[in-house]
Design a protein around this ligand. Structure first.
Ligand code: CUA
Length: 317
């Protein structure tokens, strides 16, 4: 008979997470037994009226103190180091990831692939590739939970969060929202479909994506008038955006920030929050004028600006 306690492990970190989990359970259970078994034993041995030796015991106080301080300390520090190390692994996407954007909204997951493919409540990915999900919320806090990959990440309005995984098993796996987000929270679920790389490429092509994320971003960039200011020969002087992604940006406040996805998003939605040194504060906010999906497209375009070549079309990776 099958009695699965845990969902099937389907990612590179799933096994490591489970090892840690069982180790913590094991240590906790051992501590429980070490304390409770003697306690129960003494409960009977020294019961009132029982004949037992009650003369004061002479124990090596210092040795005892040091022993029961040092052993648990080492044990706890070991668990901390193990957990922290694994936490860093889970929180830091390795380089070279395939980047996919996810927008959570009441009550669905909207997914955009760089090739332009879009899907709702389904996420198709190739097996064996590092997948980095950049998460945004259109309304309230959601949380993207992929139990088979043992990862979960809050999706917070107003900022980007990320989670990553490398699926090591082909198949379909559950995808949940694990943050109560309104009446239909429980219906905010879907599946991750892990495919062989060739099947994934075929799926991308079959989806007839039309324009890539970068191309959609470029179109928006022109339609919204960004290009009117952010190009070299424009009348209004605004910071040039070619190659800005990933670079440090000196701000008027004297601070220096790195132009990551979150910075680019903030600059579109709250342009007056972080003014680039030497520039005026005359950019209008695009809050409410663009959806989170469109912000992703703009960010993808800005990231591609100044790069030698645009991302390759599907089928050539
Ligand atoms: Cu979204 Cu719960």
């Amino acid at each position: 008979m099958k009695f699965p306690l845990f969902p099937t492990q389907a990612s590179s970190v799933a096994q490591q997470i489970d090892y840690l989990y069982w180790a913590l359970v094991g240590v906790s259970a051992a501590m429980l037994l070490i304390i409770f078994l003697p306690m129960i034993f003494f409960l009977f041995k020294y019961r009132r009226g029982k004949q037992a030796d009650r003369s004061p015991a002479h124990l090596p106080q210092t040795t005892l103190e040091v022993t029961w301080t040092v052993i648990p300390l080492l044990l706890m520090m070991g668990m901390f180091a193990w957990g922290a190390n694994l936490y860093f692994t889970v929180e830091r996407p390795p380089p070279g990831a395939l980047e996919i954007n996810v927008v959570g909204k009441q009550w669905m997951w909207k997914i955009q692939h760089p090739e332009g493919n879009r899907e709702i409540n389904e996420l198709h990915v190739p097996v064996g590739r590092i997948i980095k999900l950049t998460l945004a919320s259109q309304d309230v806090i959601h949380s993207l939970f992929l139990p088979n990959f043992r990862i979960k990440q809050d999706v917070v309005p107003g900022r980007y969060t990320t989670e990553w995984f490398t699926a090591n098993r082909v198949g379909a796996f559950y995808l949940f929202c694990s943050e109560f987000c309104g009446t239909q929270h429980s219906g905010m679920r879907g599946r991750v479909v892990v495919m062989e790389p060739a099947a994934y490429e075929q799926w991308l092509i079959n989806g007839q994506p039309g324009s890539t994320l970068v191309q959609s971003g470029e179109r928006l960039y022109r339609e919204l008038g960004c290009s009117g200011c952010h190009t070299g020969n424009s009348v209004v002087r605004a910071p040039p955006l070619e190659g800005v992604f990933g670079k440090p940006v000196p701000l008027q406040s004297g601070e220096v920030v790195v132009a990551d996805e979150g910075y680019l998003r903030d600059s579109i939605i709250f342009p007056n929050k972080q003014i680039v040194g030497g520039y005026a504060t005359n950019m209008p906010s695009f809050q409410g004028r663009v959806t989170e999906e469109e912000v992703f497209q703009l960010v993808a375009y800005i990231k591609a600006l100044g790069k030698k070549s645009p991302p390759p079309p599907p089928g050539t990776r």
